[in-house]
Design a protein around this ligand. Structure first.
Ligand code: SF4
Ligand code: SF4
Length: 110
């Protein structure tokens, strides 16, 4: 659900949960470090950078494996979204479903 404040043409996304675009995520861990609740965890692995120019030294980059947010401790402050330099995180209008137990509040966004 979205709402538009009266008098403004702006469309606001409900801050119900957080979405990750894994294609944009570089596993830089800035969001992990900046989150005041320490509720983001990710794992990644190194892969060779493809299509390097001839003569370039071999290089690797990190490829994301898992990315979780613990909605049991998330403050919905949006700092992770603001700090991501690659716009890989965004507010999502979908509510976190009622969990059967505490562990189910840890959501894998990948
Ligand atoms: S919204 Fe805030 S508390 Fe929740 S994961 Fe992002 S930075 Fe952490
Ligand atoms: S800050 Fe953005 S690019 Fe970096 S790990 Fe978090 S989501 Fe991925």
């Amino acid at each position: 659900m979205t709402h538009t404040p009266e008098g403004s043409g702006e469309r606001h996304v409900r801050h119900a949960s957080i979405a990750l675009d894994r294609e944009l995520c570089t596993s830089c861990i800035i969001c992990v470090v900046e989150c005041p609740a320490w509720c983001i965890e990710l794992t990644s692995h190194a892969e060779p950078v493809p299509d390097l120019p001839p003569g370039a030294r071999p290089r690797t980059h990190q490829v994301l494996d898992t990315f979780t947010i613990d909605y049991g401790t998330c403050l919905y402050c949006g700092i992770c979204i603001e700090e991501c330099p690659f716009d890989a995180l965004a507010w999502d209008e979908r509510l976190v479903p009622p969990p059967p137990d505490r562990a189910a509040l840890v959501a894998d966004l990948t």
